[in-house]
Design a protein around this ligand. Structure first.
Ligand code: FAD
Length: 493
């Protein structure tokens, strides 16, 4: 039968949207998920006998005044985690020749990066306080007076920025990315998930709270797996959704939780086309690529013990296999290393064979640990960018996108509601962002269904409530930039 709401995607945000609807009395919903599982970018696999996380790995932002809701869940479900201590990275840094650098050599460079980072955070506050225009993080570094150019400084710079946000400082918004609200709100600590059940155990458990299941699997007809949505027809009367296997579904509303990478692609066509302002916003925002390449060796040849978990390699080329981690703390005896690459390097690596990638990696490891090291027995190279259900790893806020632009990301278009990590203004890119976005989008829709409070937008896609303008200002059409405030249309007709 025709449900009230169809939710597209069963990642963290889609599950939270459905759960929120269910808790608030809307039980006639349908979840259409392209893959054969719940969790989306929370994805684990078995690699040489060990469960590793191919997608989201850390609960990020722990130990602050407010508790990260994902940390609350991790505790509730007793998720196995390991504290990530990055403090010793300056003692584990190798130069371009593969030489382990003395702390006395690296410390001044890390101290300078720290000072630059603090300056950039302070500058961001002042830009925000005075509503000044946004600049990139790289511009802040120039204003500070230090631009990382040596291999060592570029590697440290990579560790400070790219390793977290997966894109370089020159394209990242200072105003919206620093200080990172995740650490600002929830605390500085990060915990690495290393649980046999996988990180996706959390969205699965959340789904079990409202979907029928037996011990093994979900048996609720409202969850349909392997349903790839290809077309959405929408009108004031509702939505008609077609999937790749030629099924069609009808509902009054749809919540799209697919990634920004999918929205940028042509996987789903809309009839009529989405408005220009909506599509432009999707294209303006960045879907970054963050790739963890796992390698299994017959024995370990890298340092282990306290303070060795992470190491940095400073190649001449910025971002060339820079950040490494061993899994001895989590899985003693696993003999697994992984290296993280992002952005252009991740894109390049996705397009070459695993054999070539392995050769490139072995060349670096031989430089660091000697020619006598054994060959990797197994290598895993995830391809998030090429995967049509993701089109990248997670979003990053680039310069040139204002808060008003961002509001257009989540604003509904008629009966189509949007959720997902990319719609979380403060926590985009994170699991907790997806979790909170799912709840927020469902609540917006509930306001419309239950109270007739449906979002109004201007013809330019700005939510009507966006500007806290006085009525007089609105009438004088003063404070709306580039948009006529009077030109309001009720999208849900
Ligand atoms: C490599 C990597 C590392 C990360 N590391 C971290 C980390 O350490 N900590 C952290 O907090 N976050 C991390 N993240 C980000 C985090 O995983 C995401 O922010 C979060 O999981 C996104 O959830 P979502 O529900 O918004 O989207 P998704 O998880 O992408 O869910 C969307 C769902 O829609 C489905 N779908 C797509 N297209 C269609 C279609 N046409 N029809 C039907 N269904 C469709 C997808 O299969 C998917 O299940 C990482 C992500 C990646 C990829």
């Amino acid at each position: 039968e025709n449900p009230t709401v169809i939710i597209i995607g069963a990642g963290m945000s889609g599950i939270m949207a459905a759960k929120t609807l269910s808790e608030r009395g809307i039980n006639d919903f349908l979840i259409l998920e392209a893959s054969d599982r719940i969790g989306g970018r929370m994805l684990h696999t078995n690699f040489s006998g060990y469960v590793i996380e191919v997608g989201a790995n850390w609960v990020e932002g722990v130990g602050g005044q407010q508790e990260n809701p994902i940390w609350t869940l991790a505790k509730k479900y007793d998720l196995r985690v390991s504290y990530s201590d990055y403090n010793n990275i300056s003692a584990n840094t190798y130069n371009e020749e593969g030489e382990l650098l003395q702390l006395s050599k690296t410390k001044p460079h890390f101290d300078l990066a720290d000072a630059s980072f603090n300056y950039s955070n302070a500058l961001s506050f002042s830009l925000n306080a005075y509503s000044e225009e946004d600049v990139s993080i790289a511009t802040a570094q120039r204003l500070f007076g230090v631009i990382p150019t040596s291999p060592l400084d570029m590697a440290i710079d990579y560790f400070y920025y790219d390793f977290e946000i997966a894109e370089p400082p020159r394209i990242t918004s200072l105003k919206n990315v620093l200080p990172n609200p995740t650490f600002d709100y929830y605390g500085d600590s990060e915990y690495f998930v290393c649980d046999k059940r996988g990180y996706s155990y959390l969205p699965e458990q959340l789904a079990r709270e409202f979907l029928k299941h037996d011990n093994e699997k979900f048996i609720d007809s409202r969850l349909k797996l392997q349903k790839v949505v290809r077309q959405i027809k929408y009108s004031p009367h509702g939505v008609h959704i077609s999937t790749e296997d030629n099924s069609t579904y009808h509902a009054s509303y749809a919540i799209l939780s697919v990634s920004l990478g999918v929205l940028k692609s042509r996987l789903i066509t809309f009839k009529p086309d989405l408005p220009y302002w909506k599509i432009k916003t999707f294209y303006q925002f960045d879907m970054s690529i963050y790739t963890k390449i796992f390698l299994k060796f017959p024995y370990k040849f890298w340092p282990t013990g306290p303070g060795t978990e992470f190491f940095l390699y400073a190649d001449d080329k910025r971002g060339y296999y820079p950040f490494w981690q061993h899994l001895e703390n989590e899985y003693p005896g696993a003999n697994i290393l992984f290296v993280t690459v992002t952005d252009d390097e991740a894109r390049r690596i996705e397009q070459q064979s695993n054999k070539v990638t392995k050769e490139e990696i072995m060349e670096i490891l031989k430089k660091l640990f000697g020619e006598g090291i054994p060959e990797a027995e197994d290598v895993l190279v995830p391809r998030w960018w090429k995967n049509r259900f993701y089109g990248g790893s997670y979003t990053n806020w680039p310069i040139g996108v204002s808060g008003a632009d961002f509001d257009r990301m989540k604003v509904p278009v008629g009966p189509l509601y949007f959720t997902g990590e990319h719609t979380s203004e403060k926590f985009n890119g994170y699991v907790h962002g997806a979790y909170l976005a799912g709840i927020a989008t469902a609540e917006t829709l509930l306001d419309c269904i239950n109270h007739g409070k449906c979002r109004e937008v201007t013809s330019d896609g700005l939510p009507w409530a966006h500007q806290n303008n006085s009525q007089a200002d609105i009438q004088a059409n003063k404070t709306c930039t580039g948009v006529c405030c009077k030109d309001v249309q009720q999208v849900r007709l």
